[in-house]
Ligand binder design. Structure first.
Ligand code: ADP
Ligand code: MG
Length: 565
């Protein structure tokens, strides 16, 4: 039989798994169970949208079978299964977009991070196995297939035996080493613990065959009844979705586990919101504000959205209509009994009910962020580091229609605080004689501090906001005014400062009478690089500075000039 090679990235990832020093190996079980659950969701959905098919709840489950004698752990499901082509595509290549990005050897060595960034899904099974078999039969094909791999050097595919649709993943568990106890993955009680920890809310029963003993029927009246062992399925998970539970029954750890189990992210969420709305439109939701942006967050590949369930049935895994763009980082799930199951994507877009939910979600996230900003500044700054740019884009996006709502969520670096402040904080402590909200742009705080114009404004004891992101000035332009104060770049030629008191007259006179020629000469030498050369009474320690005549700062002009026309 021909052995096929993994695509190169998969091979690397596989290598990493096989030789993994990652301590949290047990997550492989969560990954396989979640794949099994996804596969059943797909059948479920198919039967709901296809009149000829029925979904009989009892037929759908996940079964785990630890077999000590053969050192195998089998996870089977009655899900949608895979065709030969799907096997090849799904298990021969890493499905995740973005995984191509980790090419450098260094990144490979920092395997831990890769797991954190991308999640590893199916491949994680190689952290605990010498060999993995996937036997699967697609719901759309008669023939089953068997995929076998012993690690990075490749895999084979041959016809398999399964008669009904679903998949059966058999792991040949590694022998114990000094550092790793692999035997535990063959222990029923350990499996039980892992399922409770990571997969308790999976909506399908996760069964495990366990050996039990009972009195033999024919000896039950004897003085010394005989016992016999028999096999029975135990259901390991509670199956009640977390969002159906009462918030006061749940701990932060429950919410965090759900976040992990759902693979919303591999970080720890900063906050969660549990919604239970009754009324014209009843629904429950759990929303998370993640701690870290996903690896593809600031790229075009990122797709916003919440999982949408209709009474416990997944109908969409990324319903974008539920989230405004400026909160696109939010993860979570919405479940409503009042949504029809058969809604297609097109219909969803127009769904009034959905708009109702999304408006509520929008306002609850805003509330949560406001609360965080007011009560836990450190956490809010962490949040802002991760997602502040999205909020900034939100203020000028869509013709600035959301600026009033979003402007108070923004933080900018302050010359006075040496830390981040809100516009509100800035304006509230402005001295009475200060006319403008001053800002200075540059590539870094250190760079900005060196600008001569900065010291001019600082000498007046005015606070300056340091803008280090290209988009910051767009944000100010869109906001226009805050608290009836205009924004003003320190490189503007009209800083609105009171002229310095001492020697003002003299200086100006000198400039007009004596230096006129010198200034002309300077302009001649510099040429068209500048519009004008003039004197100023504002400088103290520096000799010259560049300023602009219009509203734009020099940095902004640079940005605009560097943009494709
Ligand atoms: P992900 O689940 O994030 O897509 P995985 O590596 O876990 O990534 O799985 C890769 C793909 O393999 C899945 O997207 C799915 O198409 C397929 N797959 C894995 N396990 C199963 C299964 N038990 N039944 C059907 N398809 C599966
Ligand atoms: Mg997966």
């Amino acid at each position: 039989m021909e052995k096929k090679e993994f695509k190169s990235e998969s091979k690397r990832l596989m290598d990493l798994m096989v030789h993994s020093i990652y301590t949290n190996k047990e997550i492989f079980l969560r990954e396989l169970i979640s794949n099994a659950s996804d596969a059943i969701d797909k059948v479920y959905y198919k039967t709901l949208t296809d009149k000829d098919k029925n979904f009989n709840k009892d037929d759908y489950y996940i079964r785990i079978h630890p077999d000590k004698d053969n050192r195998t752990l089998t996870i089977s499901d009655t899900g949608i299964g895979m065709t030969e082509k799907e096997l090849e595509e799904n298990l021969g290549i890493i499905a995740k977009s973005g995984s191509n990005d980790f090419k450098s050897e260094q990144e490979m060595e920092e395997g831990f991070d890769i797991i954190g960034k991308f999640g590893v899904g199916f491949y994680s099974s190689f952290m605990v196995s010498d060999k993995v078999e996937v036997e699967t039969k697609s719901i759309d094909e008669e023939q089953a297939y068997l995929w076998v791999s012993e690690g990075a050097d490749g895999y084979t595919i041959e016809p398999g035996e399964l008669k009904s649709h679903g998949s059966k993943i058999t792991l040949y568990i590694k022998e114990n080493t000094e550092d790793n106890n692999y035997d535990e993955y063959l222990e029923p009680y350990h499996i039980q613990n892992l399922v409770e920890k990571y997969s308790n809310y999976i909506r399908y029963p996760i069964k495990m065959v366990t050996e039990k003993s009972r009195v033999k029927e024919e000896t039950k009246d004897n003085e010394n009844p005989e016992y016999e062992t028999y096999l029975e399925d135990d259901i390991l998970n509670s199956m009640v979705p977390i969002w159906r539970k009462n918030a006061n029954e749940l701990t932060d750890e429950d919410y965090n586990n759900f976040y992990q189990e759902k693979r919303y992210g591999y970080d720890a969420p900063l906050a969660h919101i549990h919604l239970n709305v009754e009324g014209m439109m009843s629904y429950k939701a759990i929303l998370y504000i993640p701690g870290q942006p996903p690896f593809d967050y600031y790229t075009r590949d990122y797709e916003k959205g919440l999982e949408l369930y209709s009474n416990g049935v997944l109908i969409m895994d990324k319903c974008g209509e539920l989230l405004p763009d400026y909160f696109s980082f939010v993860k979570g799930v919405v479940d409503s009994e009042d949504l029809s199951l058969n809604i297609s994507r097109e219909m969803l877009q127009q769904d009034k009910q959905l708009r109702l939910i999304s408006r509520k979600i929008d306002s609850r996230i805003s509330e949560e962020l406001k609360k965080m900003l007011a009560n836990d500044r450190e956490k809010y700054e962490e949040f802002f580091k991760a997602f502040g740019n999205q909020l900034k884009v939100g203020t000028y996006d869509k013709w600035g229609q959301n600026k009033d709502k979003l402007q108070d969520f923004l933080l900018f670096y302050s010359s006075k605080e040496g830390n981040f402040v809100t516009l509100k904080e800035y304006v509230e402590r402005m001295p009475e004689d200060q006319k403008y909200i001053y800002f200075a742009s540059g590539s870094s705080v250190e760079h900005i501090e060196k600008l001569p114009q900065v010291s001019i404004v600082k000498n007046k004891n005015y606070e300056i906001l340091y803008l280090t992101e290209n988009i910051d000035e767009f944000v100010f332009q869109t906001i226009g005014q805050y608290g009836e104060k205009d924004f003003r770049s320190v490189s503007s030629d009209n800083l609105g400062l009171e002229a310095p008191e001492e020697n003002e007259e003299e200086e100006n006179k000198e400039a007009t009478e004596v230096d006129e020629k010198l200034l002309e000469k300077m302009k001649e030498i510099i040429g068209d690089e500048v519009v004008k050369v003039k004197t100023t009474g504002h400088l103290k320690d520096d000799l010259v500075y560049l300023s602009t005549e219009g509203d734009l700062s020099i940095e902004m002009e640079k940005t605009l000039n560097s943009m494709p026309q």
